[in-house]
Design a protein around this ligand. Sequence first.
Ligand SMILES: Cc1cc2nc3c(=O)[nH]c(=O)nc-3n(C[C@H](O)[C@H](O)[C@H](O)COP(=O)(O)OP(=O)(O)OC[C@H]3O[C@@H](n4cnc5c(N)ncnc54)[C@H](O)[C@@H]3O)c2cc1C
Ligand code: SF4
Length: 457
Amino acid sequence: MENLLQNLMSTEDLADNFKESKPSYNAQEALDEANRCLYCYDAPCITACPTGINIPSFIKKIASGNLKGSAKTIMEANPVGASCARVCPTEELCEGACVLNDSTKPIMIGDLQRFATDWAIKNEQVLFKKGEKNGKNIAIVGSGPAGLSAARELGRMGYEVTVFEGKKEAGGLDTHGIVPFRLPKDISLWEVEQVENVGVEIRTNVEVGKDIFTDDLVLNYDAVMLAVGMSKVPKLGIEGEDLAGICDAIELVEETKNKNYSAEFAGKRVAVIGAGNTAIDGATTSVRLGADNVQILYRRTEAEMTAYEFEYEFAKQEGVEFRWLTAPKRLIGDNKGYLKQMECVQMELQETGSDGRRRPVEIQGSEFLIDVDIVVKAIGQTRHTHIIDAFGLEHNGGVVKVDPETYLTSNPKVYAAGDAIFGKGIGEAMVVSAAQQGKETAYAIHQQLVESRTECV
Ligand SMILES: Cc1cc2nc3c(=O)[nH]c(=O)nc-3n(C[C@H](O)[C@H](O)[C@H](O)COP(=O)(O)OP(=O)(O)OC[C@H]3O[C@@H](n4cnc5c(N)ncnc54)[C@H](O)[C@@H]3O)c2cc1C
Ligand code: SF4
C-alpha cells in the first residue's frame, strides 16, 4: 500500500513537472507592459516578425481593454499566434528589434501576445468565418503550423479544404513535439479548432502514401500542398544502438505531451547527443522525468551549437551539463542487454566545410568511457523522402525544391512549405516561419487558380 501510494505521488509530481512553467501576466501586469509601448510609426518589430503581426495595434488594443480585437489582430496575421507567443525566439525576432532595447528593456511582446490569445481561448472566441464557396477544392498533407495556416486562409477564401494528418491529433510539432512545459497541447488544439471553424475538414489518422494514394490527391483536387515537416531522429550509426536504454528525443517529448511520463528516467544518468533545440528539449524533459544527471554531448563547441540562446540558458538553469568537442563512438551493454557505458572520443575543429561550419575531427587515441543508463538521440531529423518521391517531386536530399515566391514544386499542381522545404542552407525551422510560408502558399494557390479561371473565360 505504501509503495503504491509512493508511486501515485511520484506520478503526480511528474505531471506537475510538465505543467506550463512560465506564469502568464495578470490584467494589471499586461496593462502596465502595454502602456510602456511607444506605438512607433513604421515599427521595426512588425518587420522583424516573420508573419508581420501589427504589434503596436494589438498592444494598443490590450491597453484599451479590447482583448478580442487584440487576439484577432494577432491571429489574423498568424494562425498559430497563441503557440508562437510561447515558442518564438523573440529576442532574435520582434523583441530584438524593439527600439526600447537602446534605453531600458524591450516590450515583452511574446508575453502580451500570450495574454491576449489566452483571453480568447478562455472565453471560447471564434475569430474567423468561412468564405463563400468558390467551387475549388484543395488537399493539404500535414496539419502542422504550415498546413494549418494555409488551410485557414484558403477556408476563409471559400475553398473546400481537406487536411490529411497521419497522427491521431492535428497540430504537428506544436501538438506533439514542443515540450509541454513551454507549449501545452490545449493551446495548439485551440488553434486547430479555429481552422475547423472556417469550414476546413481535418482528417486525422490518415497517412497519405499509405491510406490514400498521392496520385488520387493530384487527380481529385485542384491543388495539393505538402506540409509534412520532417521525420524521426536518425540513427547514430555506432555499435550498440540496439541496446535497451536508447531513445529518440522527439518520441520522448511526444510521450510527455500525451501525459505518459516514463518512470525509467528516475535517478538515472542520461546522455543526450546533439546540441540543437531538440537536444535541449530532450535534456530538460529527462531532468523533469527525474534523471539524476543529464549531460549534452556535442562534437563541436558552444559557438557552433544551433539551439536558441534562451533554450541554452534554460537548460543550464535546469542543471543540464554540457560536454563540448565530444562524440559517441560505441555503446556498451551489460549481460542483460541494458546500456551501461558509452565510449566517447575527443574531437577538434579543423577547416571550414562546404556548409560554412568548421569540420569536427577525432583526436586519435583520445577515447574514454562514461557511465550512462540512457542515451537520448537528438542529432537532427530525417526526411519524409518516400512521400516526396511518391509525388515525384524534385528534392535535394529530402528538402523539397520550390519556387521561392510561389512555393510551387516541380509538379505544377503541388506546393510545399514549412520544414519540408527547410534545409541545405535554405530557411529556418521555426513555427512562425512555417506559419508565414503556409499563408503565402495559400495566396499563391489562390493566385494560380484565379488566373486559370480568368484564362478559361
Ligand atoms: C523538439 C523540437 C522543438 C522545437 N522547438 C521550437 C521552438 O521552440 N520554437 C520554434 O519556433 N520552433 C521549434 N521547433 C521547430 C518547429 O516545431 C517546426 O519548424 C514547425 O513545427 C514546422 O512546421 P510544419 O508544419 O512544417 O511541420 P510539422 O509541425 O512537423 O507538421 C507536419 C505534420 O505532417 C504530418 N505528416 C507527415 N507525413 C504525413 C503523411 N504522409 N500523411 C499525413 N500527415 C503527415 C505529421 O504527422 C505532422 O503533424 C522545434 C522542433 C522540434 C523537433
Ligand atoms: S509571432 Fe513571434 S515573432 Fe511575431 S510578434 Fe509574435 S512572438 Fe514576435
